[in-house]
Write a protein that binds this ligand. Structure first.
Ligand code: ZN
Ligand code: ZN
Length: 121
């Protein structure tokens, strides 16, 4: 793994945020390793292809990158903010109910976050 890849991977693993490529680029500008935007994109793609990070995609939004550790997502349907939620690994029970062997699943639970609730009322 290259030094750049390693640095990006560490940034993603250390954070509970769900950064877009743009945000990762901006974070790296504040450190000693200033990477070009294209370098950030290339490294993110290679980390994803190697199965070292997850990609969270939402319609009409840039992809966000996330750590591999099994967890699910609570997503605000208004502002799109993502929170980690750990419901445990449901692979076993999904396989039991569906009768098929699954590779992976991606669960997004939509709700209205506190801030958006305040704005609406
Ligand atoms: Zn919200
Ligand atoms: Zn997450």
């Amino acid at each position: 793994m290259t030094k750049n890849s390693k640095q990006i991977l560490e940034l993603i693993n250390a954070s509970s945020e769900h950064y877009t490529a743009e945000q990762i680029y901006q974070k790296l500008q504040k450190t000693s390793s200033k990477m070009a935007m294209a370098t950030v994109y290339n490294n993110l793609n290679s980390l994803y292809e190697q199965g070292l990070i997850r990609k969270v995609t939402m319609e009409g939004e840039s992809a966000r990158y996330d750590k591999l550790l099994r967890h699910d997502h609570l997503v605000c349907r208004n502002c799109g903010k993502i929170w980690d939620l750990n419901l445990g690994d449901m692979t076993g029970s999904i396989e039991e109910k569906s009768g098929v062997k699954i590779d992976s699943y991606d669960l997004k639970i939509f709700y209205l976050c506190e801030e958006c609730k305040k704005k609406e009322s």
